[in-house]
Every structure is written in C-alpha cells, then in structure tokens.
Design a protein around this ligand. Structure first.
Ligand code: HGY
Ligand code: MN
Ligand code: MN
Length: 416
C-alpha cells in the first residue's frame, strides 16, 4: 500500500468550526455538553451530522440500533469499505470532544478528500455509534457491542434508564430505527480518532497517541437492601443501613484498586439511594462499581475481591446484597499492522508520537472483534474528560485528523 505525501492536511479551521457547531446542540451548563443518547438533543445532533455528510456527497445508512454509516464511494464498489468514526452521544456533564472529535474528524477527512479530488479504491464510511457512553443506558459501547455480536438486539432494546424508559422505545421515539440489520456490514478496517481522556500525552509532550491496546473493564451493579427507618428515633444498634454499606464498599473498591497498582483503577460513579429522603435511613441503594486494568489477571482478581468485599460488608450490617455485571470487556490488542500504519503516518507528518494504552473504553474495542481496528489519540488539557471543562487545542484536533487522513488513505488505496 503506497503512503500519501506528507503535505496532505485537513482543513483545521473547518474542523474546529464543526466541533463548535455540534457543541451548540445539547449544551451543558458550564461550556460542555449534555447530549445524552436517544434524547431530543441526540436526535438534533444526528440530523446535523446527516446533513453535513450528505452535503459532502455521502449516502447515509442506518441500522436497527441507530448506528449511522455515511459512505463515500470508492472506485471499486466490491472492495470492503474502510470505516472511521466514534460517537456523538455525551455524558450528562460531558465535554465537547469525547467521541465527537472522532466522528467530525472523520467527516473532515472526507471533506478534505473532496477538496483535493482524491479518489480511493475502497469506499470510505464515516460512522456514529449509538450509546457509546453507557451513561443513560448501561452498558457502554452498547450499539457497537450488538454490531460485533457481544449483545443481542433484544437485550439492548430492553435496557432501561433511571426513569424506566426502554432503549428500544427511545430509539423509535426519536425516529432512528434504521432498516439495516445490525452487524451485517463487513469492514476492510476501522479507525477511531479520540481524545486521550488521560494526562499521559500532554505530560510527555507528545501530539499523537498510537493506541496499541485498551484496558479491560467490569461494571458491577450492586443492590443493597436494608430497612427504611427514622434517622432520629431509631437506635444505632437497630439500624439496617444500606447507605452505610454503600459507603464502606465504595472505600473498599478504592483500596482494592490501590492494592493492584500500577495499571488498575476503580471507583463508584452512579448511586441511587431509596427513598433518598433526608430523615430516612436508606433501605435500599443501587450503585455501579467501575474497575479496569490492561492486565487480565488484575482485572479478574479485582472483580473477585470486590464481590467478596461487598458480601462481607453486607453480612456485617445485616444487608441483602445482589451483584449484577452490567458491563464488561477484556483487555484489547489492536491490529499490529494498522498500529504501524498510524505510527508511520505520524512520522511522515512530523508529529511527535508515542505508543499508548487506552484507559477509556471505546467502540473500537468491540469492533476490534470483527475487523482489523486501531485508534489514534490526541492529548487533552490536564487529561480531563467526562467533565464540562474538557479541552483540547485546535492544533491537537488537526494533528489527529491529519494522521487519520493519512492512515485511511494508505489502507483505502489512492487511485491516481
Ligand atoms: O466508560 C468509558 O470508558 C467510555 O468513556 N464510555
Ligand atoms: Mn468516548
Ligand atoms: Mn466518554
């Protein structure tokens, strides 16, 4: 595969403007975004993306999970397409760039190919994966997981948010149940550009992360059941306090992750207390433990230790305890040949780069099961993400999209 000349670059100002326009849809309260999956804001963002893709001469396909696929024709329609993309849905207090840079950076690659009049043998497809975040409907990477065969569509459609709304009903409500069977598409390769969401690239002074691996993850939903009672008149020795159990288990999760350093993380991010009244001892608490490691043995050990600790705390306090895994994937190794393509693109373009393991989960982690897949990362300020103050520079965004342009062109094969 011949590599394109190092002078090819995307249009940085146009990319930055598109990121800014998309950020206006589902804005947060502090400069970031709240464009949660399958909300009206997600619907509006999807339509803007679709309009932009069609204006760039692409045709849009949608599957039954709402995954969006915008195709730029290649000279050989029989050649498997080269895919690139990420997700447009955000956390409730999300940033402007998590996922969005990968979708709009891919769109900018196509816009630049159009400007440059470059044709490729393989078709090129820009993708928006539904519900990557898993914030509203667990697990994360739900739709790419169905696409890759890890979940059934029935399971996905039945997932509910905290208000009890079903994924399938919400997807239908916003009008994005497509006609393509999910997972039917075959890929020549898949690229995902993403902000690092961690501090390493910035700290090391590197512009590009060549993502060789992704760490594995467990999400364990723990339900503790105690007894609602008056916070004032109930003697301390008569309490069956689910809130206390959640607090002790949260501390144990932290201690377990710390005991497996380096390369292990753990926290509790989502907690629902019942009845959540100031003067009622919580009779029930439902919370999700998020533990991760790039090392399989550590990941498995942490899960076992968390489950043991949860049951021990529950026994101490006389609580009922049930644990349901609601998200999981093992550590991921991306395609070595595509990793080299990304590394070579960064070198040709003169961007500083380093190999890196992704700390966050991404759709690429699942697509890696069904097609050769790799990721490209750019730094983010202070490593901050899943926070409205998430920030990147226009230069970092452009560098990531430039590397994506060159890597995709090398694999999609330029036709003279
Ligand atoms: O949870 C994750 O790692 C991703 O941001 N959904
Ligand atoms: Mn993301
Ligand atoms: Mn995210």
């Amino acid at each position: 595969m011949s590599a394109p000349g190092e002078n090819l670059r995307i249009n940085s100002a146009r990319l930055w403007d598109s990121l800014d326009q998309m950020a206006q849809i589902g804005p947060g309260v502090a400069g970031g975004c709240n464009r949660q999956t399958l909300t009206d804001a997600d619907n509006a963002g999807r339509h803007l993306f679709k309009d932009w893709c069609e204006a760039a001469g692409m045709t849009m396909g949608v599957d039954t999970m709402g995954n969006m696929f915008a195709t730029r024709a290649g000279t050989d329609p029989a050649a498997l397409p080269v895919y690139m993309g990420s997700h447009l849905d955000t956390q409730p207090t999300g940033g402007r760039y998590d996922g969005v840079l990968g979708v709009l950076g891919a769109l900018e690659v196509v816009r630049s190919l159009n400007d440059l009049g470059i044709r490729t043998k393989h078709p090129i497809v820009v993708t928006n994966w539904t519900n990557e975040e898993g914030a509203r409907f667990a697990p994360a990477m739900l739709a790419s997981g169905v696409f890759a065969g890890l979940h059934t569509q029935d399971y996905a459609y039945g997932r509910t948010d905290l208000e009890g709304k079903r994924f399938g009903d919400e997807l239908a409500r916003i009008g994005w149940v497509g006609d393509e069977p999910v997972g039917a598409r075959k890929m020549h390769a898949m690229f995902e550009l993403h902000i690092e969401q961690g501090p390493i690239l910035e700290a090391e002074g590197k512009t590009i992360g060549v993502v060789t691996h992704g760490q594995g993850l467990w999400w364990l939903e723990i339900t503790l059941t105690g007894k609602d009672a008056h916070t004032g008149s109930t003697p301390m020795n008569m309490r069956v306090n689910a809130g206390l159990g959640m607090a002790r288990i949260t501390e144990r999760v932290h201690q377990i992750a710390m005991s497996h350093q380096p390369n292990a993380v753990g926290a509790v991010g989502q907690v629902t207390v019942f009845p959540n009244s100031r003067n009622v001892i919580p009779g029930k608490v439902v919370f999700t433990v998020d533990i991760r490691s790039p090392e399989q043995a550590k990941l498995d050990a942490m899960r076992a230790e968390v489950e043991r600790a949860a049951h021990a705390v529950a026994a101490e306090l006389g609580l009922g305890c049930s644990i349901e895994p609601v998200g999981h994937f093992d550590p991921v190794t991306f395609d070595p040949a595509l990793v080299q393509v990304v590394r070579g693109a960064a070198e040709r373009l003169g961007y500083s780069h380093m190999d890196i393991v992704s700390g966050a989960g991404h759709d690429a982690c699942w697509i890696n099961r069904v097609a050769p897949t790799v990721m490209v990362m750019c730094p983010c300020v202070g490593g901050l993400s899943h926070n409205e103050a998430e920030e990147i520079s226009p230069e970092w965004a452009a560098a990531g999209a430039d590397v994506l342009l060159h890597a995709v062109l090398e694999v999609a094969e330029v036709v003279a």
